[in-house]
Design a protein around this ligand. Structure first.
Ligand SMILES: *Cc1c(COP(=O)(O)O)cnc(C)c1O
Length: 379
């Protein structure tokens, strides 16, 4: 590898453009409270690895002909995720994805390969990407009503499954919905299978954000492999934090074996959705597990929940009807004025908006935000 140049090869004008862009990002990062992406990380130790054309093509657990990879680190990251998701022994497989969406696509793909005539059920509050995934996979599907708090309406699910009890249900369960942070009741879903005597079924858990919250709280809603789900998707750039979007797909090994194909060209198993895969993101995740670690995540989550309660108190004093679910750091409140939503990058949906108290969000952010809300409503 050549040493990095001491002077930039960019012309002056282009260099200035980058400097201005950098300053703009620094400024925008000051008001970043509406999306669930942790900004609190420092991966400087790893920048030297950007000098190699690394690529994690293929199954992380199988040796391949392409040696410039970080599979060994990826496997350690997956071991950490397996431990956090109640996977026992070696019966859960996984890989590092490009984000939560790819992990969700993987879960539904496995469910459909297992049950080609299966029907996918998902609630109204499900992430917007899922209807696109269902179109891509061309699988039959039915949307189920949500309760006002964002959880799937189990009575509507029960009645709909009853009508279609001749085909295996593939339930797409939310573990922390995007807008309200609601977790669907996995035990209630399994009870429906039992009550209707449905022997073949599949549950995928979309745990994009909450998959890195629930393992660290005292009284988590049942959500993982020990609760009986068959696959899980977790985002890496949300609670853990990464400058490159990433995530983990985890699934029961026997289901993955049904879709695995051996490919001579790369000398490995084609068990992943993408071919070439990002090899730097697994290093970031590995670094986070080694530096922050389980104890650090637990402390972070505790602080995030405290900040969420602080935000609820401040917003309610300002008359904004704020609330959150028990183990969620997504604070829901009355939709703010457009200029406030834009300045603070607040996601809005109908009558509500939310902020998410990720590890980089402080009480001082909340104070400034609530002041802006009060000013905008002329209080
Ligand atoms: C963010 C999110 C996704 C999508 O994850 P990406 O990493 O953005 O692809 C899916 N489901 C839920 C509930 C999410 O919050």
């Amino acid at each position: 590898m050549a040493d990095p140049p001491t002077t930039s090869p960019l012309d002056r004008q282009s260099a200035r453009r980058l400097d201005e862009f950098y300053a703009r990002l620094q400024q925008e990062a000051e008001n970043f409270i509406g999306y669930p992406c942790n900004a609190d990380f420092d991966y400087r130790d790893l920048f030297r690895f950007l000098a190699f054309p690394i690529n994690n093509v293929g199954d992380p657990f199988v040796p391949s002909n392409f040696h410039l990879n970080t599979h060994a680190f990826e496997c350690e990251v997956l071991d950490a995720f397996r431990e956090l998701t109640g996977a026992s022994g070696g019966d859960v497989w996984g890989y590092v994805t490009s984000g939560g969406t790819e992990g969700n696509m993987y879960g539904i793909f496995l469910g459909r390969e297992l049950f080609p005539d299966g029907l996918v059920y998902y609630s109204e509050d499900t992430h917007y990407s899922v209807s696109k995934i269902l179109r891509c996979l061309h699988v039959r599907n039915i949307m189920i009503k949500s309760a006002a708090d964002g959880r799937i309406d189990l009575e509507d699910l029960r009645e709909t499954i009853r009508i279609h009890r001749d085909v295996p249900p593939i339930v797409f369960a939310n573990v922390g919905t995007t807008m309200k942070g609601a977790t669907d009741e996995i035990a209630g879903i399994r009870q429906i299978f039992d009550d209707l005597a449905i022997p073949s079924h599949y549950i995928h858990a979309d745990a994009a954000l909450s998959g890195m919250i629930l393992p660290f709280v005292a009284d988590p809603e049942p959500w993982d492999f020990s609760a009986g789900v068959d696959s899980i998707s977790i985002s890496g750039h949300k609670m853990i934090g990464s400058p490159i979007p990433c995530g983990a797909a985890l699934a029961r090994r026997q289901n993955v074996e049904r879709i695995a194909r051996h490919i001579e060209y790369v000398g490995t198993l084609d068990t992943t959705l993408s071919g070439s895969r990002n090899a730097i993101a697994p290093l970031f995740l590995w670094y986070a597990f080694r530096t922050v670690g389980v104890a650090g995540f637990r402390r972070n989550i505790e602080r995030c929940l405290e900040t969420a309660d602080y935000a609820i108190e401040r917003l309610n004093r300002a008359g904004r009807h704020a609330w959150r679910h028990k183990n969620s750091i997504t604070v829901v409140f009355d939709r703010p004025a457009i200029e406030v939503a834009s300045k603070w990058q607040i996601a809005v949906h109908g009558k509500i908006g939310h902020l998410i108290t990720m590890p980089h969000v402080t009480r001082e952010h909340i104070d400034r935000f609530v002041e802006d809300i009060e000013r905008a409503s002329g209080q």
